[in-house]
Design a protein around this ligand. Structure first.
Ligand code: ZN
Length: 135
């Protein structure tokens, strides 16, 4: 059994399709069932048209660094061995933005606009997280 010293996301009825897809090494986002807008994270109501109709769709996993910040302060002991580390906002090729980490790139070398692709990291037996690596 794989456990994590880091905080683990709660799997809820609303976000379960996202985590099931990640376990299969696929990246899913929600799509509004009325106007078709893609969104992440999961929400009950579309912020564009207020419809509650929604479905999950697979996206390419390609994108670029939209923004990032470097964490020098330790806020959780599970990250002690990684400080300083970057929290990166990825703008997916399909539009939605996703907070994640960029693997294999030292924080001082991260640049806005860097092309990235999704990779997957098993956090526990149940939870796999999408991370990103240079494309
Ligand atoms: Zn909508």
């Amino acid at each position: 059994m794989t456990t994590s010293t880091k905080p683990v996301p709660d799997i809820t009825q609303e976000n379960r399709p996202f985590f099931e897809a990640a376990k299969r090494r696929e990246l899913f986002v929600q799509r509004c069932g009325a106007c078709g807008v893609l969104r992440f994270p999961a929400r009950e109501i579309c912020s564009a048209c207020l419809s509650s109709r929604r479905e999950w769709v697979k996206v390419s996993g390609r994108g670029e660094v939209f923004s990032f910040n470097v964490m020098h302060q330790l806020y959780h002991p599970g990250f002690a061995s990684e400080v300083p580390y970057a929290v990166v906002v990825i703008k997916l090729a399909e539009g939605p933005k996703m907070n994640s980490n960029l693997l294999g790139v030292p924080p001082q070398e991260i640049r806005v606009g860097m092309p990235v692709r999704v990779v997957f990291e098993d956090l526990t037996d149940e939870v796999t997280l999408p991370k990103f690596a240079p494309a």
